[in-house]
Design a binder for this molecule. Structure first.
Ligand SMILES: O=C(CO)COP(=O)(O)O
Length: 252
């Protein structure tokens, strides 16, 4: 089964609307017509509308970086799925380690977000990953199992294949300390086996991204691994040239 590689740039809390538009102007000539890799940018809420407009008709898709599970309600500061849907985003990143660490997002929250996102026809990117202490303590599999199994618990088997899971070891995020190919392959294969625990067919289709210090010079090696179907990129996704270099690395 061949899965289309999926490279997404997570801008985190970077880029005003003007900066986002300048980025898109630089990116489209480089990857705007790529058709063998799915390319996404995960954009802060205020710039989403502008980036959807400026990427329209190109191969670049727009993702949000968080969403609430409820349709509407008294949740000050939150954004709903219908609000994102109206902006015509392709999907949304959920469960990023920074949201878990700084904003208290839990696996239980994610188990409510995933079915709601899928029901709206949007594509979720679910982030999972262990800390360095958990890895050193031999707890990596236990941590990943808890994160994946709880998040997908209420997703219908028929929808599982539409989830992308980003394996982002926390010790590799923003540190320049990239997972070795063996580490990335082992963890991504393990994540796939967890999906297979729910549905073997879906596990073959689910895309699993590696994230954590992906750069143009290490992308090709990581993306060639059998269970690594793409990358979720932070720092190196902030400049068009470097992000395009990673997309290039995903083209077999
Ligand atoms: O957190 C990440 C993407 O979501 C990874 O960030 P870096 O690529 O900056 O390590």
């Amino acid at each position: 089964m061949s899965r289309t590689p999926f490279v997404a740039g997570n801008w985190k809390m970077h880029k005003t609307i003007a900066e986002a538009e300048a980025f898109v102007s630089g990116l489209l000539p480089l990857v705007g017509a790529v058709d063998d890799v799915q390319v996404g940018v995960c954009v802060p809420f205020p710039a989403i509308q502008a980036v959807v407009e400026s990427t329209r008709g190109s191969a670049v898709q727009v993702y949000a970086q968080n969403v609430h599970w409820a349709e509407q309600g008294a949740y000050t500061g939150e954004v709903s799925i219908p609000m994102l849907d109206e902006l015509e985003v392709a999907g949304v990143v959920i469960g990023h380690s920074e949201r878990r660490q700084y904003f208290g997002e839990t696996d239980a929250d994610l188990s409510k977000k995933l079915p709601a996102i899928l029901a709206a026809g949007l594509e979720p990117i679910l982030c999972v990953g262990e800390t360095e202490a958990q890895r050193d303590g031999g707890e990596m599999e236990q941590v990943l199992r808890g994160q994946v199994e709880e998040a997908i618990a209420d997703v219908d088997a028929a929808d599982l294949a539409r989830i992308t899971i980003a394996y982002e070891p926390i010790w590799a995020i923003g540190t320049g300390k990239v997972a070795t190919p063996d580490q990335a392959q082992e963890a991504c294969a393990f994540v796939r086996s967890l999906v297979a625990g729910r549905d073997a067919g879906a596990a073959e289709q689910v895309r699993i991204q590696y994230g954590g210090s992906v750069k143009p010079d290490n992308a090709a090696e990581l993306l060639a691994l059998p269970d690594v179907d793409g990358a979720l990129v932070g720092g190196a996704a902030l400049e068009p040239q470097s992000f395009a270099g990673i997309v290039e690395g995903a083209r077999a």
